[in-house]
Design a protein around this ligand. Structure first.
Ligand code: GLA
Length: 628
């Protein structure tokens, strides 16, 4: 094929691919399998015990979850992380457990060892049991052994305890035979065992061509990683046909996981590991907090397990511990404790037992909080709860006290009505109108529920219901790292040349902002609310019983590409309901309305003439709302 022909074929293929992606399906494509209609709550062994886990230790924590009352508050998963495996038995490949540490596993017979007696004990306590694996041949602890760590023993092959080449076999063993309810699947095996790696050249491990290269977002084999995780998802559905499983994806924000985990897993890590360090908490929180549209009932952003109880979140740092917990709760993060619950000081226990804050996290509408005010020192997050109340977090990230205005507008509540704020730490109630002021101490998070008439009288803005919006196609064609994520020195070291933006997602669909963090504006008119997204996108919206969809649509004034007009279309259960004229840059927005009575899935498609976004075209669905 000559060069021109090749280029033409590629252009045709590219445009065909786009047309296909934007074709409305009438379906919700976000993951709803598994048992995660609200974020999971529980405990994991990693932050306290690392690989030094045992039956006695894990059951001790399970008992403590009961005796402290935490289990009754919803902390029900008891998860073993890395370190439980003895070896993969040859030649049948059946996994064997470290029976020296888990005595009840030594059942003998054909199986050799089994976790069934262990999960039976957990279940008898009314709790759920979690296990851990890796998607490569080897694990994270084999790549980064801790000094007192326990590692699988035996030949190279026997030490290959990861899922690679054994997905069906292992998932069946763990989830069906052994009866686990939760599985976390790590990704070190897909990253750290390349042919030139010293741990491989030494002969200790077999090479696996990496699918993930550090945090290089362009070198990662995204289809390879998502394909393997999807295989796990399918195996889980077979092993647990009743759907009682939780699938935790752990590739730390790499492999463009933001774009696909919402369709595959129940929770997905958005960043590298959290540590007991304030600045690290900022890093992990930021990796999840601007992704409200990328979470929904069934699939949540996971900024990692809670570090309450350690370092800058211990009993001498109550303000920090409260912030960490409140921020995780309002972001719909999993509430997975990591400390030794049996030794938990009362003030910390009180924080993670706060029923009102837990209720915000577990609210069944599943709307992750949206950024209502954003600055490096102060942020305000607002989450719409079932029934229409709001939850509000005012977060002072900085080192100086901050005077903060909280407005009805930020909460999307009516400016002329009474608003009742209930402080969820003190339970104190205040009535306000239009706006109020707070003094917020350094590192403090104030968290409230707010009750008042809605700004939009007869409906809901789409940015108030991100749990019902799925960016099935978000128009990103060039992966870029999110520069807004706090860049904390990696692993406490300053060797090398510094921390850099490392997680793809910049340019993704945003509630009330453009994809690049600007105020939305079309033809000179500003929009305080709406959906900001790139052209060549398709958003799926689960209708909430509304009869009308409406938005002012147009190319955003902040667009990078100003040359190509965009057409906006609204579909209801796969059928075209409304379509705009092609909207050019600088043109005023066009009001678009569609009758959606009885429609289940509304799809919002914004498309450019031509192929992919060479330079992104930023579009705005201003004031996008569902009304009755
Ligand atoms: C990775 C994960 C952690 C933990 C360890 C175990 O680093 O990100 O959460 O599971 O592996 O080795």
């Amino acid at each position: 094929m000559n060069g021109r022909l090749c280029a033409l074929t590629f252009a045709l293929l590219a445009s065909t691919a786009f047309a296909a992606d934007l074709t409305p399906t009438g379906h919700w494509s976000g993951n709803t399998s598994g048992a995660a209609m609200t974020p999971p709550m529980g405990w994991s062994s990693w932050n306290t015990f690392a690989t030094n886990i045992s039956e006695e230790r894990v059951l001790g924590v399970a008992a403590a979850l009961k005796s402290t009352g935490l289990a009754a508050k919803g902390y029900r998963y008891v998860n073993m992380d890395d370190g439980w495996w003895a070896k993969r038995r040859m030649p049948d490949g059946r996994m064997q457990i470290r029976a020296d540490q888990f005595p009840s596993a030594a059942i003998g017979g054909a199986e050799g060892t089994s976790f069934k007696p262990f999960t039976d004990k957990i279940h008898a306590m009314g709790l759920k049991a979690g296990i851990y694996s890796d998607l490569g041949r080897n694990s994270c602890s084999q790549a980064y052994p801790s000094p007192d760590g326990f590692l699988p023993k035996g030949t190279v092959e026997e030490r290959e305890i990861g899922l690679y080449g054994h997905i069906r076999q292992d998932i069946t063993t763990y989830m069906h035979d052994w009866g686990f309810d939760y599985i976390k699947i790590d990704g070190c095996g897909l990253r750290d065992y390349g042919p030139n790696n010293p741990r491989v050249t030494s002969g200790n491990f077999r090479a696996l061509d990496p699918l993930i290269y550090g945090w290089n977002i362009n070198a990662a084999n995204v289809a390879g990683v998502s394909g393997l995780y999807s295989e796990v998802g399918e195996a889980l559905k077979t092993a647990k046909p009743n759907g009682d499983f939780l699938f935790s994806i752990c590739v730390w924000g790499a492999a463009d996981v933001r774009s696909w985990a919402k369709d595959v897993g129940n929770i997905s890590r958005t960043s590298d590991d959290l540590g007991p360090i304030w600045a690290r908490m900022l890093h992990n929180f930021d990796s999840a907090s601007r992704r409200a549209f990328y979470a929904h009932p069934g699939s949540w952003n996971d900024p990692d397990m809670l570090y309450v109880g350690y370092g800058e979140f211990d009993e001498n740092h109550i303000t920090e511990a409260q912030s960490h917990f409140a921020l995780w709760a309002i972001t719909n993060a999993p509430l997975i404790l990591g400390n030794d619950v049996s030794k938990m000081p009362k003030p910390l226990l009180d924080i993670v037992s706060n029923q009102d804050i837990i209720a915000i996290n577990q609210d069944k509408e599943g709307n992750q909080a949206v950024l209502a005010y954003d600055a490096d020192n102060v942020q305000i997050f607002v989450k719409t709860l079932a029934g229409g109340k709001k939850a509000v977090a005012i977060f002072n990230r900085g080192v100086a006290p901050a005077e903060v205005d909280l407005t009805a507008q930020q909460m999307k509540l009516a400016e002329d009505g009474d608003i009742t704020l209930t402080n969820l730490w003190t339970k104190q109630q205040t009535k306000i109108k239009k706006e109020t002021k707070f003094q917020v101490a350094p590192r403090q998070t104030l968290i409230f529920t707010a009750e008042g008439a809605h700004q939009l009288k007869n409906g809901t803005y789409l940015s108030e219901m991100p749990g019902r919006v799925n960016p099935a196609v978000d128009g990103i064609t060039t992966r870029q790292a999110d520069p807004y994520i706090f860049r904390f020195q990696t692993w406490g070291s300053t060797r090398g040349n510094g921390a850099h933006p490392q997680y793809a997602g910049w340019g993704g669909a945003q509630a009330d902002y453009t994809p690049f963090g600007q105020t939305m504006a079309v033809g000179g008119k500003f929009y305080e609310t709406g959906v900001g997204v790139l052209a060549n996108s398709r958003l799926e919206v689960r209708n909430n019983g509304a009869t009308t969809f409406s938005a002012d649509v147009g190319v955003d004034d902040s667009t990078l590409d100003t040359s190509r007009p965009v057409t906006f279309a609204v579909y209801g259960d796969g059928k075209l309901l409304a379509k705009s004229a092609p909207k050019a840059y600088g043109e005023k927005a066009e009001p678009l309305t569609a009758a959606v009575k009885g429609v289940k899935i509304i799809e919002l498609v914004a498309s450019n003439a031509g192929a992919a976004n060479v330079q992104p075209t930023v579009v705005t669905w201003g004031n996008a709302a569902l009304t009755k």
